[in-house]
Design a protein around this ligand. Structure first.
Ligand SMILES: Nc1nc2c(ncn2[C@@H]2O[C@H](COP(=O)(O)OP(=O)(O)OP(=O)(O)O)[C@@H](O)[C@H]2O)c(=O)[nH]1
Ligand SMILES: [Mg+2]
Length: 262
């Protein structure tokens, strides 16, 4: 818990060693309200040492609060660019008329969608749309797919949402794009021990059970499921939350960079 600066320095010194690439593009997807936008804000907050809100969040949203495709460059406290861009999308829903269309997750993976594209739940982006990128560069393509799910609702996640996430995982696999899971809301009513003291996270059987459930439902092995607690109510950052968030980003950066090299 005292290694925050070490993790920040590790992330600052990441070299991509690729002439066509300045940033690793990380695509978040997952159910409505899972904490996708909040995670992007939390990563930024961990680097800035203060709670930052760039991506719009909404508590208790029934429908996805994020409706357009947005890309966020992560920066240091001194506003220097770090080599990470997070792409935020509309949430997935169980019905076919609502939430992000599963084909658009695939289009996003392939780098076909331009920023600010407004998602249409009933049909994916058309090749004729001005926001469709016909020949995506390596920089437009996604280098890591991240499913964001909430620890407190993993066991209540609807089958159709799990299936939609499964389609994205399979496509990512065929494209050799790594897939990991960020498990949010570990501070919620999952484990009283962890709710009281986040540093007990790796000692909690209840959290381990949730990690195991994520692995069974979504596919990645347990070592690629990263539990975090986002900044959702507090006005100041703290080292414990920062370390969990930064640890997740270090692992994402490592596997995304390996995927780019191959
Ligand atoms: N307790 C707790 N609440 C969280 C956490 N992360 C997010 N939240 C809450 O969940 C709400 C929704 O988070 P968002 O980031 O807007 O969710 P999203 O996945 O972007 O959802 P859509 O854009 O609507 O699909 C936030 O306003 C917070 O109240 C967390 O780690 N712990
Ligand atoms: Mg959102």
């Amino acid at each position: 818990w005292t290694h925050k600066e070490l993790l920040i320095n590790q992330l600052k010194s990441i070299q991509l060693n690729h002439p066509e690439l300045q940033n690793l593009r990380i695509l978040l997807h997952g159910p409505v309200g899972a904490g996708k936008s909040c995670f992007i804000n939390s990563v930024m907050s961990a680097f800035h040492g203060e709670v930052v809100t760039m991506a719009r969040e909404q508590a208790n949203a029934k429908k996805s609060c994020t409706k357009t495709y947005k890309a966020y460059q992560i920066t240091t406290k001194d506003n220097e660019n770090l080599p990470f861009i997070f792409n935020d999308v509309m949430g997935l829903e169980a019905t076919e008329e609502d939430g992000m269309h599963p084909d658009d997750v695939v289009n996003a993976l392939l780098g076909h969608i331009r920023e600010d594209y407004q998602f249409n739940p009933t049909c994916p982006i058309s090749e004729k749309d001005p926001s469709f990128i016909r020949e995506p560069s390596l920089q437009d393509k996604v280098h890591c797919l991240v499913s964001v799910v909430s620890a407190s609702s993993i066991s209540r996640m609807e089958k159709d949402v799990i299936n939609k996430m499964g389609i994205a995982r399979e496509k990512a696999n065929t494209l050799d794009i790594p897939h990991v899971v960020i498990m949010t809301k570990v501070d919620d009513d999952v484990c009283p021990l962890v709710k009281k003291d986040l540093q007990k996270i790796y000692m909690s059987k209840k959290i381990k059970d949730k990690v195991c459930a994520c692995s069974n439902d979504l596919g990645p092995p347990m070592k690629l499921i990263f539990p975090v607690s986002n900044y959702y109510e507090e006005n100041e950052t703290n080292d414990t939350k920062d370390v969990l968030i930064l640890l997740a980003l270090v692992e994402i950066a490592k596997i995304a960079r390996r995927c780019v090299r191959h």
